[in-house]
Design a protein around this ligand. Structure first.
Ligand SMILES: *Cc1c(COP(=O)(O)O)cnc(C)c1O
Length: 424
């Protein structure tokens, strides 16, 4: 029986048997007991299912992975200790030194650092594209070493909406997958697999947790991509010597990608979240559908209020008809555009800072996407490592205030903004 997403948020991933705990238990154990060496040996050869060591898997974490896989409509998921770790493993799983990938430039600042600095040091080159480039300009960046295309459903903080179908077609024309960071939309507002994306990643730190309690990430595999087509992914289609010659596409079929990520990369990098973190994430997920609805509703009201305020220079929210991405938002985010808005206060950087310092309900924090309304000035905080050119490419001006609209009463949020704008 397949349930709808609201039911999955509440119930997927954990179904207790007779007399078992109603609530997902926290399995606080590093290791697992087996009756025979033979059984344990089979686990090491990937011939049997089961947990062996909590660096690779844990029953509490597995239940949350199943819930998220169900929500996204994937064949499997792998939780990580952060969104950064999810992006790192998602890319390393299908790239090697000497290869490259293509990414939309309008993405999270931490991801830009990971791609342009750290992956570069490992010999993996990122090539940035923008939606306004011509097909010829984009094609010129692909070669026989290009291994994936990357973008964010709703870019943080530029709020550009990704034309998922277009980039899925582009990637598939080159026999490579489209990897989509779905953090801001969550599967409640958009399920990228339905539009052709192959792999989804999340920073679960944001809406999925929703309470600002645990940093985490997740990778989800659609199971739809055929890794065998073009001999581009030998790591998936040729024997893995570290497992006596296992071939992931042969032994694990549709789950090849996510199995390799776990048994090879998670084994070697060790970034599985602790059981307690997965438990907290699961509590957050239980109300995700309700929260996303309210975040979206409140954010649209605030965006409309800001648009009609003469102290505000501009407002960017994909749910506004004035947004350049309104048509894309109607297609990919029909139930709401999530809770993050950006805008400029007239008077530039100084006015923006004065406005932020005058807010009472909304707090200045290095965070977005939790239940409490908060604000951030990316140019002086999260994105300060970027050069001016990278800032422009990421769609961030010096006057940009990013506001994450919470699930409080929207009248209180607007009253707070109003009094702070009067100070600015
Ligand atoms: C926050 C964020 C990340 C990084 O996630 P962490 O959990 O902070 O490591 C990646 N992508 C997007 C879109 C984000 O908002």
């Amino acid at each position: 029986m397949s349930y709808k997403k609201e039911t999955q948020c509440v119930q997927a991933g954990y179904t207790p048997g007779n007399g078992e705990p109603r609530v997902l238990p926290i399995y606080q154990s590093t290791t697992y007991k087996y009756d025979s060496s033979e059984h344990l040996g089979k686990l090491f050869d990937l011939e049997a299912d089961g947990h062996m060591y909590s660096r690779i898997s844990n029953p509490t974490v597995s239940c949350v992975e199943e819930k998220i896989a169900a929500l996204e409509g994937g064949v499997g998921a792998l939780c990580t200790t952060s969104g950064q770790a999810a992006n790192l493993l998602a890319i390393l799983n299908i790239t090697s030194s000497g290869e490259n990938f293509v990414s939309l430039s309008s993405i999270y600042g931490g991801t830009i650092n990971l791609f342009a600095v750290t992956l570069k040091r490992l010999g993996i080159e990122v090539r940035f594209i923008t939606p306004d480039m011509t097909d010829e300009q984009v094609e010129a960046l692909f070669d026989d070493k290009t291994r994936l295309v990357f973008g964010e459903t709703i870019a943080n903080p530029a709020l550009d909406v990704l034309d998922i179908e277009k980039y899925a077609k582009l990637a598939h024309a080159h026999n490579i997958p489209l990897v989509v960071d779905n953090t801001f939309a969550t599967p409640v507002l958009c399920r990228p697999f339905e539009f052709g994306a192959d792999i989804v990643v999340h920073s679960t730190t944001k809406y999925m947790d929703g309470q600002a309690t645990v940093v985490g990430g997740v990778i989800v595999d659609s199971g739809n991509f055929d890794w065998t087509v073009d001999n581009k992914f030998p790591g998936l289609t040729e024997p893995d010597e570290s497992y006596h010659g296992v071939v992931y596409t042969k032994n694990f079929g549709k789950a090849a990608y996510i199995t390799k990520a776990r048994v090879q990369l998670m084994r070697d990098f060790g970034v599985l979240p602790p059981a307690i973190s997965a438990f907290l994430l699961n509590s957050g997920l239980t109300t995700l559908h309700l929260r996303m609805e309210r975040h979206s509703e409140n954010a649209l009201k605030v965006a409309k209020y800001l648009e009609n305020n003469d102290k505000v220079a501009w407002v960017n929210y994909p749910g506004l008809e004035s947004s350049k991405d309104y048509a894309l938002a109607q297609k990919y985010l029909p139930d709401g555009c999530s809770g993050v808005i950006s805008f400029g206060v007239k008077g530039g950087r100084d006015a923006a800072v004065k406005f932020m310092d005058s807010l009472k309900l909304a707090a200045i924090v290095v965070h977005v996407a939790d239940a409490r309304t908060c604000v951030l000035h990316p140019a002086s905080t999260t994105h300060r490592q970027l050069t001016d050119e990278q800032l422009v490419a990421a769609g961030i001006g010096a006057d940009l205030v990013r506001m994450s609209i919470g699930i409080e009463n929207v009248d209180d949020i607007i009253a707070d903004i109003e009094q702070a704008l009067c100070q600015a």
